[in-house]
Design a protein around this ligand. Structure first.
Ligand SMILES: [Zn+2]
Ligand SMILES: [Zn+2]
Length: 383
């Protein structure tokens, strides 16, 4: 697959564009590349889809924020409206956006995708759920089980709405197409406009004896446990999409999606900062002066670090690659160990004498001249 273009570039707007500017830009592209205006033009069709995908993300506050943060990786390359069922969905979006009347309605009759004739295919609704993950699960990626109640095809009528096929009749009003057609004068000239058949509600069929289990809807609710794969590197507030994991669609339509919101469980010792992990280590005065080999917690256990002699309170050390992976799979963050030196509050007489002796020593007087840059950094930290 070719490299995906930047969504802002696709719509020709600045990264700082307002929601209104984005909507206007999309409207322009949608008119320009609309298949009604460019019959048989594959390139226009691609451009039209590309713009729709870009708008699907940038037109949604939450998706846009994620895109700004993670780029295309935020959606695993699966952003955008689904065109696998023809252009039914995008029609709804456009009509929703600009009003059905303004353009004479968006529809794709004759030859374009060939989806217009035939009963309406419903897409099932999405289901939202959440999972709580430990840092270890986030670091490695994991599989979680979630329990959801969703609509599934009725087992008694196999989703058809009637147990016997003879109880399902083609709708006499629309002849099974689910739509009635009329010609209107519009923006583009004369356009064929389709509207949903009133008699069958777009299903294209009427059921004389509905199935008892589902009242003719073809769907029943069922509680199910589903395994979802969570990629490594996700973070609080991100959403993982499981295509087709939502409610089943009416008329054996496409399933909705399962949208899984990520929540993080706080680690007892490590604090997350982007893809880095921060651990605060308290050193004794002697460790700070003499240096030490210590162990610090990291994902999946402990790691050894060497504390240099003369380590200052507030100093940090970076252990490369011991942080969390990035969600798009490029590298790892670091483990940052922050040192705080513990100064004893109570000491006995003997210790006091020792410290008083040390107090005379030149080495124990702060060397602010030679360590100026370090102390400046410290001061900055507290400002
Ligand atoms: Zn049924
Ligand atoms: Zn009908």
């Amino acid at each position: 697959m070719a490299e995906k273009r930047d969504y802002y570039e696709v719509l020709g707007v600045a990264k700082t564009a307002t929601a209104d500017e984005i909507k206007k830009a999309y409207r322009k592209k949608a008119i320009q590349y609309h298949p009604d205006k460019n019959p048989g033009d594959k390139e226009a069709e691609e451009k039209f889809k590309e713009a729709a995908e870009a708008y699907d993300v940038l037109g949604n506050e939450e998706k846009r924020r994620k895109y700004d943060q993670f780029g295309h990786a935020a959606f695993n390359g699966q952003a955008g409206p689904d065109f696998s069922q023809g252009f039914g969905n995008i029609n709804d979006i456009l009509n929703d956006l600009f009003g059905g009347g303004g353009f004479g309605g968006f529809n794709f009759g004759g030859g374009f995708g060939g989806q217009q004739s035939g009963p309406r295919v419903y897409r099932g609704r999405d289901i939202r759920t959440r999972v709580s993950l430990t840092l270890e699960e986030i670091a490695n990626g994991c599989e979680k089980e979630v329990s959801i109640e969703r609509q599934v095809p009725c087992p008694d009528c196999h989703g058809k709405g009637a147990v016997n096929d003879s109880d399902i009749k083609t709708c006499p009003a629309c002849g099974g197409t689910g739509q009635v057609k009329r010609v209107v004068n519009s923006f583009f000239g004369q356009t064929v406009q389709y509207s949903t058949c009133q008699q069958c509600g777009g299903d294209g069929k009427v059921i004389s004896k509905p199935c008892h289990s589902c009242n003719g809807t073809g769907l029943v609710r069922k509680r199910e446990t589903i395994k979802v794969k969570i990629p490594a590197g996700v973070e609080e507030g991100m959403q993982v999409t499981m295509r087709g994991g939502g409610h089943a669609g009416k008329n054996n339509g496409q399933n909705g999606d399962l949208l899984i919101l990520i929540q993080e469980i706080k680690h007892p010792e490590l604090v997350r900062d982007g893809n880095n992990l921060v651990y605060t280590k308290i050193l004794s005065v002697t460790e700070a002066i003499l240096g030490a080999d210590i162990e610090v917690p990291c994902i999946g256990g402990k790691t050894k670090v060497h504390v240099e002699p003369g380590t200052q309170s507030g100093q940090t050390m970076r252990v490369r690659g011991k942080g969390l992976p990035t969600v798009n799979g490029y590298g790892n963050g670091d483990l940052i160990v922050k040192f705080i030196v513990f100064i004893p509050k109570k000491i006995n007489r003997e210790e006091k004498e020792l410290v008083e002796k040390l107090a005379q020593s030149e080495s124990f007087k702060p060397d602010t001249k030679n360590d100026k840059s370090f102390f400046d950094k410290l001061k900055d930290m507290f400002n």
